[in-house]
Design a protein around this ligand. Structure first.
Ligand code: SAH
Length: 232
């Protein structure tokens, strides 16, 4: 079954953007995943198509109006009854590989992208979306964040990445979810740097052990929280 996505945005022309390239773009053409983009602005109530207004209580910037955004959300949720409704926000749960694996189990997801200072809180209170962040920094809009989430999800769908090993051997899935070992390709020598001898040995067992060891060392050094209790 395909992975179906509806995006709510005031910049529909940003999509599919980089999701139209490489394996993810090919998967879009092959309908392994499908994209629908809804322009929030088309739900505006006035002739200027206003989607934002000044914040109650004062302060910088503009806030997205709940009546306009709400109508766009109602439209998406009534069209796709079983959708998982997600809102991109810096105050959401921090996105990771595990969440990507969970999201691709959904047959349909709807992603609301904020702009300006964000979205009126009543949208969150009324629809209780799954609030997702892609990291501790502020982007100027939810669109690039939604694309990051989608890219990470779509490459996990069956048939998108040809060799399924390239998914399972990667950081955060490899060997129980730790970092990847270093990779090398031709030429064998470059600027005096050599490819580690063991990788040229043809001994699969030794290569596999070496990779596990390297992976463990780099994870311990950089991201020890990813290691399970005894390995730390
Ligand atoms: N005033 C807000 C930031 C608004 S940024 C705050 O301080 O939290 C405008 C929009 O960009 C947000 O509504 C959200 O949809 C998106 N956005 C910005 N940074 C993000 C991040 N790290 N993760 C996910 N979405 C983000």
């Amino acid at each position: 079954m395909a992975f179906n996505v509806t995006i709510l945005t005031i910049f529909p022309e940003m999509f599919p953007g980089f999701l139209d390239y490489s394996l993810v773009g090919k998967a879009l053409k092959e309908k392994i995943w499908n994209l629908e983009v809804v322009n929030i602005r088309s739900f505006a109530k006035d002739k200027h198509s206003t989607v934002d207004d000044v914040p109650y209580g004062g302060g910088a910037g503009m806030v997205m109006r709940p009546d306009v955004v709400g109508d766009a959300v109602d439209h998406a949720l009534s069209t796709h009854k079983n959708t998982k409704f997600i809102c991109m926000t810096p105050s959401g749960m921090k996105f990771n590989h595990k969440i990507a694996e969970e999201l691709i189990e959904c047959s349909h997801i709807t992603i609301l992208c904020g702009r300006f200072e964000g979205i009126d809180q009543r949208i969150i209170d009324a629809y209780t979306p799954y609030e997702l962040s892609i990291g501790d920094y502020i982007l100027s809009g939810g669109e690039p964040a939604a694309m990051v989430v989608l890219d990470a999800c779509i490459r996990l769908l069956p048939g998108v990445v040809n060799n399924s090993d390239s998914i399972t051997e990667e950081s955060f899935s490899y060997n129980g979810g730790i970092l990847e070992y270093p990779q090398y390709t031709r030429p064998e020598q470059w600027k005096g740097y050599k490819v580690p001898e063991i990788l040229l040995s043809g001994n699969h067992k030794k290569i596999s052990d070496w990779r596990k060891e390297k992976s463990h060392v780099i994870t311990k050094k950089r991201r020890s929280e990813l290691l399970s209790g005894d390995d730390k």
